[in-house]
Write a protein that binds this ligand. Structure first.
Ligand SMILES: [Zn+2]
Length: 330
């Protein structure tokens, strides 16, 4: 009997982390909609961003306004006060989440690299973001294998933000499963960033009519269809959005923040020769189309091996960096 209870205890200790990492695949989503509300859930209140149904149960996608972390949960677990967007923004005005949204809106005028593009310089290290734009090539797995090698004794799971497009998810099932396996094994911690569904791009159109600025773009579809495909694949959408090509205009930035999402730029797109500094949000492409950027990232990590070993140079969770940047800007 004693042995059995010990076995059960062991089993539960082993299973709890697995359950925390694993995320349900929502295969039958209906009534997916933007929905704002104040979710009371002692000791931390959450903001509801979306509501949907799956197999006769109702769910929310929620964001923690202090940490910017998101979660999906059954609506019955919360007591919710429905609110308009304006009411939500007013009620949570002083939280890091709303501050980050305002900071992104302030940096919305330029055609490229709007939104939050760096953390704070006192962060000794960087936030890594890798974009998964539609591609016929396989995932560049060197990014992940190098991360383990360098960080396995120091930072486990190592954080990475993956900006994922709908078309990449549709065409790279095996790569996606591989990533989820790494996540489930606790090797990496992934923040899933919305990178639009179609990620259209023209080789000839000027930037002001390119990417999501292409005439006829349905931004609601680009945002919400990507989120639903993430949920179907067992990924929790974060509160972040990355513009394809980092291209946007002011109107588009406001459309995205109206979905409760924080646009994320980059001050260090490695393949373009931009050098990372302390607190940088580094951009590389994980979709096989920009091997030069990945090689630069590998060189960067190798040049920091000694500092990494002493924990003097680390990878930061994107939520932490954006949180700190928002707090320091007001
Ligand atoms: Zn892209």
């Amino acid at each position: 009997m004693k042995a059995l209870s010990r076995f059960c205890l062991l089993l539960s200790v082993l299973l709890i982390p697995a359950l925390t990492y694993a995320q349900q695949n929502f295969l039958d989503i209906t009534k997916y909609e933007v929905y704002y509300g104040w979710a009371h859930n002692y000791p931390q209140d959450w903001i509801v961003l979306r509501r949907f149904e799956n197999r006769n149960k109702e769910y929310y996608l929620l964001v923690n306004p202090q940490t910017l972390q998101t979660r999906v949960n059954e609506s019955s677990f919360y007591q919710v006060k429905p609110m308009t967007l304006a009411e939500t923004r007013a009620a949570f005005k002083n939280t890091p989440y709303e501050k980050a949204i305002r900071k992104a809106e302030k940096q919305s005028a330029s055609i490229q690299d709007a939104g939050i593009e760096r953390g704070i310089p006192t962060e000794a290290g960087i936030s890594l973001t890798a974009d998964l734009c539609p591609s016929h090539k396989p995932l560049d797995r060197r990014i992940f294998t190098t991360m383990f090698t360098e960080f396995k004794k120091v930072e486990k799971p190592a954080p990475i933000a993956l900006s994922v497009s709908g078309l990449w998810m549709l065409n790279h099932k095996e790569d996606l499963e591989w990533l989820k396996q790494l996540r489930n094994e606790g090797e990496i911690r992934i923040t899933w960033v919305n990178h639009s569904y179609n990620h259209r791009v023209s080789k000839t159109a000027p930037l002001k009519e390119n990417f999501l600025l292409e005439p006829g773009t349905n931004i609601e579809y680009e945002v919400l269809a990507t989120e639903q495909l993430m949920l179907k694949n067992g990924l929790v959408p974060s509160a972040f959005f990355r513009f394809p090509g980092l291209v946007s205009d002011q109107q588009l930035v406001y459309k995205v923040t109206d979905f409760g999402l924080i646009p994320i730029g980059s001050d260090a797109w490695l393949a373009k020769g931009q050098q990372p500094n302390a607190g940088s949000i580094v951009l590389i492409h994980g979709n096989g189309n920009e091997p030069v950027g990945v090689e630069d990232f590998i060189k960067l990590l190798r040049s920091k091996t000694k500092q990494i070993a002493k924990k003097q140079w680390l990878l930061y969770d994107l939520s932490e960096s954006v949180d700190d940047a928002a707090e320091s800007s007001e």
